[in-house]
Write a protein that binds this ligand. Structure first.
Ligand SMILES: C=Cc1c2[nH]c(c1C)Cc1[nH]c(c(CCC(=O)O)c1C)Cc1[nH]c(c(C)c1CCC(=O)O)Cc1[nH]c(c(C)c1C=C)C2
Ligand SMILES: C[C@H]1O[C@@H](n2cnc3c(N)ncnc32)[C@H](O)[C@@H]1O
Ligand code: SF4
Length: 448
C-alpha cells in the first residue's frame, strides 16, 4: 500500500502508551492510598540495592504556549515558588517514612511546566532537601527540562553542582510565523547561548524538543528549523507528533483547525524531519526520539536495554518511579498512582498531612503481561509469546501484517522498517482494555 493510503488507514485516535493500562482505563474505584503504599514498599524491597527513579513536576510557566499538552499553571507571580517546594519536600518525606530508609536514587528528572521558572537558589533548596533524605547510586542520572528563554548561567551552574549532567530544551519550531501562532518565542541565538554554556560547564547530554504538525508549519520552515538545530549538535532530539486535543487543552482553540497541516501534510513534515535528522547522523531510538550514536540512549537501544516510562525513554530502568508534585504519576510496576491536577488541591492534601494520590490502578496479572508486550514493541520493536500468539491478538494484527508494518512467526511479532512510523497502532492490537470498551468520545490524539 502507498504511504498516503497507509496514513489514511492508520491515522486513528491512539494512546501514546506511556503506561498500560492507559490513564482513561484505570480502575480508580478500586484504587486506594494504602494499597498503593503497600505496592511501593514491596517493589522497593526488590530494587533498594539498585535504586529508584524520582520525577518532580514543576508546573509553573510565565506564559501559555497555546499548543501545550502538559499540566501547567500560568503565572508571573514568583511567590508561588517557596510554598510549592515545601509541599514537594513534605511529600518526599511521606515516601521516605514508608520506605523506612533514605532511598538510593538512580534517576532524577525535573519536568513541567518550566523548572527554570524557579530561581536557581530555590531549585537549590529543592534538590538539597531531596538529597538530605536520599543516597545516590554510583551511576545516578539527573536531568531537567529548561526553557531557552529563561535559563540563566546561574541555573546551569547551580544544577550542575548538585549533580545534573543532562538537560532538555524546548524548541518546537524556530519559524517566527509558527511561534506567533503558538505564542512561544525563542531564537536560535538564545538556544545556542544556553547550549554552549551548558557544555562549557560540563553537561554531557543536551536534548532538544521539536514538534511536527504545529499550526502554520511548512516544509521550508521546518527544514530551516532542523538546519539550525543540527548546527548546534544536540546529543538527542525528540521529534514529537503534535497532539491536538482541544477538549482537554482549550489553549489549542487559540488557532483554528484551518491553521493545522492536513494529515498527509503532517506526514510529509515527519518524513522530511526523519530524513534530515538521519542524514545528520541522528538515529531513531523508539517512538519520537533520535540520538547521535555516541549518546547513551542510542547505545542502550543497540544493547536492547531501553525502557519507557512517563518521562519518556530511558536507559536507567528501575521498577519504582516516584512522581512528586501536581499531576505527577508514580509507577510501582504493579500499580500506578496520580496526584491531583490543580496546585490548590495538591497543596491542600499536603497541608492536611495526606499523601496526595487521587487516582490510580492496581495491575492484574493480565495487565502486567500486556504491559510487557507493549513495552517490548515500544523499546525493542519486537515481542515474544512463548505459548504462541493468542488468536485474538493475531486477528487484530492481521491488517498490519498485510500492510507489511510487522512480520510474525508462530511466537514472535517484529516491526518492519515501514512499521516504525506506526508503533502506536501496533500496540493497540495488544490493548485488551481498549477492545473491551471502545471509547464513546475521543480520548486520545491521532496516531500520526
Ligand atoms: C513534560 C510534560 C509531559 C508530557 N507527557 C507527559 C508529561 C509529564 C506524561 C504523559 N503524557 C500522557 C500521559 C497520560 C498517560 C497515558 O495516556 O498513557 C502522561 C502521564 C499522554 C498525553 N500526552 C499528551 C496528550 C495530549 C496526552 C493524552 C492523550 C494522548 O495520549 O494522546 C501531549 C503531550 N505531552 C507531552 C508530550 C511529549 C505530548 C505529546 C507528544 C509532554
Ligand atoms: C515536554 C515537551 O512536550 C512537547 N509537547 C508539549 N505539548 C505537546 C503537544 N500538544 N503535542 C506534542 N508535543 C507536545 C514539547 O515538545 C515539550 O517541549
Ligand atoms: S510548552 Fe513548556 S513553557 Fe510552554 S506552556 Fe507548556 S510547559 Fe509551559
Amino acid at each position: 500500500m502507498e504511504t498516503a493510503a497507509l496514513l489514511k488507514k492508520y491515522n486513528v485516535a491512539a494512546p501514546r502508551y506511556t503506561s498500560y493500562p492507559t490513564v482513561p482505563y484505570w480502575d480508580n474505584e478500586n484504587f486506594n492510598a494504602n494499597g498503593w503504599l503497600g505496592s511501593v514498599a514491596s517493589t522497593y524491597a526488590t530494587c533498594r540495592e539498585e535504586g529508584i527513579s524520582l520525577y518532580i513536576h514543576l508546573p509553573f510557566c510565565e506564559s501559555l504556549c497555546t499548543y501545550c499538552g502538559c499540566n501547567t499553571r500560568i503565572t508571573k507571580n514568583h511567590s508561588v515558588e517557596l510554598p510549592y517546594i515545601a509541599a514537594v519536600l513534605s511529600e518526599w518525606r511521606m515516601y521516605v517514612d514508608v520506605l523506612r530508609e533514605k532511598p538510593k536514587l538512580k534517576e532524577l528528572h525535573l519536568g513541567g511546566g518550566t523548572p527554570t521558572f524557579f530561581s536557581a537558589e530555590n531549585l537549590g533548596l529543592l534538590i538539597n532537601g531531596i538529597l538530605q533524605n536520599s543516597t545516590l547510586a554510583p551511576d545516578a542520572e539527573f536531568s531537567f527540562e529548561a526553557h531557552p528563554a529563561n535559563t540563566t548561567s546561574e541555573h546551569l551552574t547551580t544544577l550542575y553542582s548538585l549533580g545534573f549532567k543532562r538537560l532538555s530544551l524546548g524548541i518546537q519550531d524556530f519559524d517566527p510565523k509558527v511561534q506567533f501562532l503558538i505564542n512561544r518565542f525563542q531564537t536560535p541565538q538564545q538556544v545556542a547561548v544556553v547550549t554552549t554554556k551548558a557544555r562549557e560547564i560540563g553537561y554531557t547530554s543536551v536534548n532538544f524538543d521539536l514538534i511536527y504538525g504545529l499550526p502554520g508549519q511548512t516544509i521550508p520552515g521546518l527544514a530551516d528549523t532542523i538546519a539550525a538545530v543540527i548546527d548546534m549538535k544536540p546529543d538527542r532530539i525528540a521529534f514529537y507528533s503534535y497532539a491536538h486535543v482541544p477538549w482537554l487543552k482549550p489553549g489549542q482553540r487559540h488557532y483554528t483547525e484551518k491553521d493545522l497541516p492536513l494529515a498527509d501534510e503532517k506526514f510529509a513534515l515527519y518524513q522530511l524531519g526523519r530524513q534530515l535528522l538521519d542524514a545528520a547522523g541522528y538515529k531513531d531510538v523508539g517512538m519520537d526520539h533520535f540520538a547521535l550514536n555516541s549518546d547513551s540512549l542510542f547505545q542502550a537501544m543497540t544493547e536492547q536495554k531501553l525502557h519507557r516510562n512517563f518521562m519518556g525513554y530511558t536507559n536507567k530502568h528501575t521498577h519504582l518511579l516516584i512522581g512528586l508534585g501536581v499531576s505527577a504519576i508514580s509507577d510501582s510496576w504493579t500499580a500506578f498512582a496520580q496526584n491531583p491536577k490543580t496546585v490548590e488541591d495538591y497543596l491542600n492534601k499536603i497541608e492536611q498531612g495526606r499523601l496526595p494520590v487521587e487516582k490510580g490502578h492496581f495491575l492484574t496479572g493480565e495487565d502486567i503481561e500486556v504491559r510487557k508486550h507493549i513495552l517490548n514493541i515500544m523499546c525493542k520493536e519486537n515481542t515474544m509469546y512463548n505459548e504462541g500468539i493468542p488468536e485474538q491478538v493475531y486477528g487484530r494484527l492481521l491488517p498490519l501484517l498485510r500492510d507489511k508494518l510487522i512480520w510474525v512467526t508462530e511466537k514472535e511479532i517484529r516491526i518492519t522498517t515501514k512499521g516504525r512510523s506506526f508503533l502506536r497502532n501496533v500496540c493497540m492490537a495488544f490493548d485488551e482494555k481498549l477492545w473491551l470498551k471502545q471509547p464513546k468520545t475521543q480520548l486520545f490524539s491521532s496516531s500520526i
